[in-house]
Ligand binder design. Sequence first.
Ligand code: ADP
Ligand code: MG
Ligand code: ZN
Length: 185
Amino acid sequence: MTKGVLTLVVGPMFAGKTTYLINQIKKLKTGRVLVVKPKIDTRYFKNKLVSHDRQTNAAVIVDQADHQALLSFYKDQPFEHLVIDEVNFWQPQIIWPQFAYLLSRKVNVWAAGTEYDFRLVDFGATKFLVGKADKVIRLFAVCEGCGGQADLSYRKFRSNKQVIVGGGDLYGACCRSCFAKLSQV
Ligand code: ADP
Ligand code: MG
Ligand code: ZN
């Protein structure tokens, strides 16, 4: 392979994206790994990836507005693998040039994110990165309405702000047909 492999892990909240990343990190036996989460994600622990069922892995925190952050880490101490959660909190023009550079340096990237926000509008860079990915892993949660496959997240409260960080108290997972019934938009 002349370049690194970009794997996108997508799905609604509670689909197991963070769990997938934590398991992926355990499988990386050789090469340095940089694990990243966005500054905005203050749920549970600051400097750790934490799944909703409280599995953890140490992570560095990156400011989503910083065009150079990932590249600075790389220049300080090159890594072979990048694992990054919640790419929905980055904009494509900030995250993609950094990924493109790292991939050209043969860094393998695993990035997880949700594709849609609570109104079903594209959320940050996720969809854009799916278009660039070598591999896409699509995970589902359990619909809180009918128990079927959930590919959407919904808000349990009313607000028009796109970003309000929260867990199961504020958000749930649902299928398309239950969205209208459950969503408080
Ligand atoms: P994500 O990062 O995709 O939000 P996590 O990996 O943090 O997901 O959490 C997945 C865990 O969330 C599951 O193993 C399960 O324990 C829990 N969970 C809570 N609500 C649901 C749901 N509606 N469907 C599936 N899992 C759920
Ligand atoms: Mg997560
Ligand atoms: Zn449903």
